[in-house]
Design a protein around this ligand. Structure first.
Ligand SMILES: Cc1cc2nc3c(=O)[nH]c(=O)nc-3n(C[C@H](O)[C@H](O)[C@H](O)COP(=O)(O)O)c2cc1C
Length: 183
């Protein structure tokens, strides 16, 4: 069975990016879903110790991110949902991204299982131009290349300040379902 990791990056549980993410997940068929809501997890910052460039695969820190590394190495897909904060993902999401450095080591070759691995990034925002949101999503996706992503999809939804805004956007919900079905 496919294994899909669902990373929720909003501090607001049940708000817009969660709503769109849940719509996507509901449309995924026959998969094990591993949900990782960063707001509920302990994810320490990377301290740049470079221990991960030694003889083992993983991170010397012991927290919820370390416990996820094996699933990140072997999963078939990743969904990341998040709001845009000041032109980027929120700080806790960036902290998660930085910890992926333990999967980057060109000297050792690929550290993740080599197979088709899809990723979707779903971002909501207050109202920035769609092209700007799309650029931020592309940049965010690029940070996951360490996981050997082979296929990518982006969904950016504007005008999502009220926490229930996305729930009232049938077009956006349909697009989110299409993202899920794509997995
Ligand atoms: C700290 C902070 C920074 C934000 N920065 C931006 C921004 O740069 N551009 C924008 O369009 N919206 C910005 N917003 C609005 C959020 O992106 C928007 O409300 C988002 O849909 C919230 O997602 P959520 O409902 O899943 O929490 C910001 C909101 C907060 C709280």
């Amino acid at each position: 069975m496919k294994k899909i990791i669902v990373i929720k990056g909003s501090p607001r549980k049940g708000a817009n990016s969660d709503t769109l993410c849940d719509a996507a997940v509901a449309a995924i068929k026959d998969a094990e879903i591993i949900e990782f809501a960063i707001r509920d997890k302990k994810v320490n910052p990377c301290v740049g110790c470079n221990a991960c460039k030694g003889d083992f695969v993983g991170c010397v820190q012991k927290d919820d991110f370390s416990a996820l590394v094996e699933d990140l190495r072997t999963c078939d897909g990743i969904i990341l949902s998040a709001p845009i904060y000041f032109g980027d993902v929120p700080g806790p999401v960036k902290t998660f991204i930085d910890r992926q450095y333990c999967l980057f080591n060109p000297a050792k070759g690929p550290l993740v299982e080599q197979k088709e691995r899809k990723m979707a990034v779903i971002l909501t925002n207050g109202g920035m131009p769609l092209e700007v949101g799309t650029q931020i999503a592309e940049k965010t996706l690029g940070c996951f290349n360490v996981e050997g992503i082979t296929d990518k999809k982006i969904l950016v939804v504007r005008e999502c300040n009220d926490r229930d805004a996305a729930a009232g956007k049938p077009d956006a919900l349909k697009q989110a379902e299409e993202v899920g079905a794509w997995f």
